[in-house]
Design a protein around this ligand. Structure first.
Ligand SMILES: C[S@@+](CC[C@H](N)C(=O)[O-])C[C@H]1O[C@@H](n2cnc3c(N)ncnc32)[C@H](O)[C@@H]1O
Length: 275
């Protein structure tokens, strides 16, 4: 079902394109029933941060709690480590995709995964975990109040000596700030796992504290409906995140740079409870 998005919700060239499409544009949130299938198709083969995350988790024995697990892009490699993984996800559509993947996975992986529909900013699972993972810079999906809830819940669920591993953006100072200012929107071509070609618009004016990602089919014909999926998320730079974690009684122990993208690179943080 299309959500209450309007072409005005989408800034930049992506918004102009949606306006030109008029009634033909069927707007979806990236994590609704239609959007989650597009997101899954585009991202399922993406190996971004997998190697670095797996290397850190390997060093910490025990059960894993993965937050914002989506359709399991990170869940499957975590299960492959031989760990028990509790996968928390808010979207029923995403959880359905995760269940479909698990159903096709070997039983030795499937039997160690516990999918849970819950909000990462407020959950109570009644047990503790040696490792809590929040990848794919998904912390940026929460507002300040949501993040405060997340930090409290993480403290409640982290075993003594446990680690919270999360990624966020590390904004890179451009070599030529004027040139970067002039390009608020990157357009990226992508081919999904199912062979469909997409064009992703990443709209993020320099200094803005939100960015909007909008996914179109790469080829748009002259007639018929066009599925357009969009999401607007906050940008939470690593310094701000570190300060927030500190106020919540959590300490950043180490930071691991991840391969970069347009105007930013992600960083994977290893966080413990402040002694
Ligand atoms: C960027 S995707 C990442 C999914 C997966 N980790 C991956 O790497 O593909 C973010 C996920 O967070 C989920 N999500 C959004 N808000 C959430 C919340 N408050 N609690 C739990 N999950 C949430 C979305 O439905 C989506 O599946």
């Amino acid at each position: 079902m299309a959500v209450a998005l309007t072409p005005l919700s989408i800034p930049g060239r992506a918004g102009q394109l949606v306006s030109q499409l008029g009634d033909r544009a069927e707007l979806h949130d990236v994590y609704d029933e239609t959007g989650s299938r597009v997101y899954h198709d585009v991202s399922v083969r993406d190996t971004h941060e997998v190697r670095e995350l797996v290397a850190l988790v390997r060093r910490i024995p025990g059960a894993v709690l993965e937050l914002a697990a989506g359709s399991g892009r990170l869940t499957m490699p975590l299960l492959a480590l031989g760990r028990e993984v509790t996968a928390v996800e808010l979207s029923a559509a995403m959880l359905e995709l995760l269940s479909e993947r698990l159903a096709e996975a070997p039983e030795r992986l499937r039997e160690r995964c516990v999918p849970v529909q819950a909000d990462m900013s407020s959950f109570a699972l009644g047990r503790r975990f040696e490792v809590i993972v929040l990848g794919t810079t998904s912390i940026s999906l929460l507002d300040e109040e949501g993040r405060a809830g997340l930090y409290a819940a993480v403290r409640e669920h982290l075993a003594p000596g446990g680690r919270f591993l999360l990624s966020t953006v590390d904004i890179v100072t451009p070599d030529d700030p004027e040139a970067a200012e002039a390009v608020p929107e990157a357009v990226i071509a992508a081919v999904g796992a199912g062979g469909r070609a997409y064009r992703m618009h990443d709209y993020w004016p320099a200094g803005a504290d939100t960015r909007t990602v909008t996914i179109f089919p790469a080829e748009i014909g002259d007639e018929g409906p066009v599925t357009v999926c969009t999401t607007t998320v906050g940008v939470l730079p690593v310094d701000q995140l570190g300060a927030e974690l500190g106020r919540a009684g959590l300490t950043v122990l180490s930071g691991h740079p991840l391969p970069g993208a347009w105007r930013y690179r992600d960083v994977l943080l290893e966080v413990g409870v402040t002694a």
